[in-house]
Every structure is written in structure tokens, then in C-alpha cells.
Design a binder for this molecule. Structure first.
Ligand code: PMP
Length: 385
């Protein structure tokens, strides 16, 4: 049997090779997007998990849109407008796939910031969309480039990660959020707002969702992978009911529904009196690790290398001028530290900024210090002018 044409054009995932290498004993990984496993709130989930067997009805087929008590909980806490609704997905990754299958035809134009979330590039690639990139600045997308694309009248969607972007960690300013929303309304473009890192803000209040300024032009993707655990595979997709209904139809053909027992466990977790404390601890841990990593980098990086400061999330973006970052990532692995070269976050043929994505959530402070020593050695060896 021949592989479908849509799949043939998807490049083999280099990142999977790096992640495999990162599992080798002795390698410290700054490569994956993994939350800290020791911080999983399993203690808060324990009662719920232990009593599952006493609720056999949870193990029956369920509703495609989601477990009703969980949907009710979101209705109360999310303050959705009356003509909006939600669908529980198998991770926000599935939400992306459902959106592509429900709303995109081959060659439809989807705009993204470059660099971009790899999983979104794959979904839109499989959907045979025409993905067009605009540059990302320190406070969000380049607005002039964005408006120029929108003004063609041909853009169907703008996919964005405004809170602590993957891979760069960039968080959009309030002004950018307002302007992007205004442009989406003006040019009738749908914003796909993907916010898996939103709750991982180190300090202060969250900025409003961009979609809050253009609710009827948006679909919002939330994930419970970073604040609960990735293994429960749950996310939430919200938007106008007119758009959620076709998405439910697609999900039905995809997997009927997401795991009901896990949705019941998630609901108990979200309502747990200590859930906020868990989030506060997680933010504090990640901030400490971020500060440890950046302090080490500031002390040890050779001249010319630069990294951005972030207010949350899981990643920083380290630019390494005049360097082949594939070779550098290989040199780093040979030196027992795993990182991801920037090119994997761009489409083929795009101008790639020479950089590395560094994750700071899955290694301890002392491992981060050792990782920086090893990385700096690799940079000095493989990026000689
Ligand atoms: N969107 C972004 C920007 C991501 O970084 C990820 C994975 N870390 C996802 C979506 C998918 O997350 P999940 O399916 O685990 O909810």
C-alpha cells in the first residue's frame, strides 16, 4: 500500500531523533517540552483515582463533546457567552487536528509566526494548507507583515501561541493582543489561540486572552498537560457553537470521545482545594530553574550568543550567530546535553535564525549548571568563526 500524498510531504521528525538520543544514560536533556514529572499532582488525584472502580458508569461510552459535569464546570468558570460552547479533546494537539479537518481545504492559507510550534506545522502540513509565515518580534507578531497578509483577503486562519510561545517563550503585549484582534475582525480571519503555557506565568496577572477582544472570530485551545499531567491527554476547545458543532462531528469520526474516567479525575483535580497551591508551587519551581539556567548562561556563554528573558512557560531561545545549529546540536549530544536546533521550527525554504530552543522545566538546578558547561564546550568546539 502507498503512503498518502499528504503524508509523503511531511518531513521525518528530527526532533524525535534528538529526544531518543536525549534518553541515553548520562545525557541531560534541555530538548523536550516535558513538565517536571516529580511535580505531577498525583497526591491531589489519589482519592479520585482510587475511587474510579466504584463508578463503573464512567467506563461506559460517553458523549463526544465531553463529560457533562466537566463541561458544566468550564461553563461556570470560563464565562463563555451564551452562543459559545466547548468540546473536550484528547490533548490540545487533537483540537488542532480537528480544526484543520473541519475548516481547511487543500491550499487554504494559514498564517503563523516563524519560528512555530512543530505540532501545528505538522497538522497544517497534513491538511495540505498553504502555511505562510510572518516574523515574530519581542512582543508578538510583526503587525505590518500580519496586516499585509490579511489584506489579501485570502487568509482563513491565524494560528498563534500568545502566552509563552513554543519555541521562543515570547509573550504578546496587551497592545499587540488588541491590534491582532482588531485585524482579525477587520479582515474576517479566524484566530486559533493556543494557550498551553498560559498558567505558567512566574509573576503578576495574566494578560487578557487575545480572543477576549474578538470572541466571535476565535477558537481557543487549552491544555491540561502542563498544569495536570500530559498522560491524561486532555484539552479544551472553545468558540462559537456554530463552529463547535462541526468539530464534534469530526471528533466523533476520530475517537468517539476522550477518556471519561480521566475527565472525571481532571474535574476532581480542578476542584481540589489545594489545586491553586499546586499551581503556585509549579510556577515557583519553574521560575527558580529558569533563573538558574539564565544565570549560568550569562556567566558562561561566549560573546555573540544571546537569549531572551521570559516571564513564564517552559522555553528560552538562545541565538548562536554564524553557526550551523544542526552540527551544534549533534556536538551537544556528543557532549551529553540535548538541545533542539532552530531549523526544526521553520518550514523548508524559510530563513532560519541560528538558535537553539532550551527547556528549563525538566532538569534540576544542578543539572542545568552542568548542562550549560557542556553546551558551552559544544558551542566553542563547533561554532568557531
Ligand atoms: N500547542 C503547543 C504550543 C504545544 O507546545 C503543545 C505541546 N507541548 C501542544 C499544543 C499539545 O499539547 P497537548 O496535546 O499535550 O495538550
Amino acid at each position: 500500500m502507498k503512503i498518502a500524498k499528504s503524508l509523503q510531504q511531511i518531513q521525518p521528525s528530527y526532533i524525535r531523533e534528538i529526544l531518543a538520543a536525549a534518553q541515553t544514560q548520562g545525557v541531560i536533556s534541555l530538548a523536550g517540552g516535558l513538565p517536571d514529572g516529580e511535580s505531577f499532582p498525583l497526591d491531589l488525584m489519589e482519592d479520585s483515582l482510587n475511587t474510579l472502580a466504584a463508578s463503573p458508569q464512567l467506563f461506559q461510552y460517553g458523549h463526544t463533546a465531553g463529560y457533562a459535569p466537566l463541561l458544566d464546570y468550564f461553563k461556570q468558570t470560563e464565562q463563555q457567552p451564551g452562543h459559545h460552547s466547548a468540546i473536550v479533546c484528547t490533548g490540545s494537539q487533537q483540537a488542532l487536528d480537528l480544526i484543520a479537518r473541519a475548516f481547511l481545504n487543500p491550499n487554504d492559507i494559514v498564517v503563523m509566526e516563524a519560528p512555530s510550534y512543530l505540532g501545528a506545522l505538522q497538522v497544517f502540513g497534513l491538511a495540505q494548507a498553504n502555511v505562510q509565515s510572518i516574523q515574530q518580534r519581542a512582543d508578538g507578531p510583526d503587525l505590518a507583515q500580519l496586516e499585509a497578509k490579511f489584506a489579501t483577503g485570502e487568509v482563513v486562519m491565524f494560528y498563534a501561541v500568545p502566552d509563552f510561545h513554543n519555541p521562543t517563550g515570547v509573550c504578546w503585549s496587551l497592545e499587540v493582543r488588541q491590534k491582532v484582534a482588531q485585524l482579525c475582525i477587520q479582515y474576517n480571519v479566524t484566530l486559533i489561540e493556543d494557550v498551553p503555557y498560559r498558567e505558567l506565568r512566574f509573576n503578576g496577572q495574566a494578560l487578557p486572552l487575545t480572543s477576549s477582544f474578538c470572541p466571535d472570530n476565535s477558537l481557543v485551545l487549552r491544555s491540561f498537560s502542563k498544569i495536570a499531567t500530559p498522560g491524561i491527554r486532555l484539552g479544551l476547545l472553545t468558540g462559537k457553537t456554530d463552529w463547535i458543532n462541526p468539530l464534534i462531528k469530526v471528533k466523533q469520526s476520530s475517537d468517539l470521545h476522550s477518556s471519561v474516567p480521566m475527565q472525571a479525575v481532571l474535574l476532581d483535580l480542578l476542584k481540589h482545594p489545594n489545586f491553586d497551591k499546586h499551581l503556585a508551587k509549579l510556577r515557583d519551581l519553574y521560575q527558580k530553574r529558569y533563573l538558574a539556567l539564565t544565570e549560568q548562561l550569562s556567566q558562561k556563554l561566549p560573546a555573540g550568543c544571546q537569549f531572551n528573558t521570559v516571564d513564564g512557560g517552559m522555553f528560552i531561545w538562545l541565538t548562536v550567530p554564524d553557526c550551523n545549529t544542526y552540527q551544534l546540536a549533534q556536538a551537544a549530544i556528543d557532549n551529553n546535553v540535548a538541545v533542539v536546533p532552530s531549523a526544526v521550527f521553520y518550514q523548508q525554504g524559510e530563513t532560519v535564525e541560528p538558535a537553539l530552543r532550551l527547556n528549563f522545566t525538566n532538569a534540576s538546578e544542578s543539572e542545568l549548571a552542568t548542562a550549560v558547561d557542556r553546551l558551552v564546550t559544544a558551542i566553542n568546539e563547533s561554532c568557531k568563526p
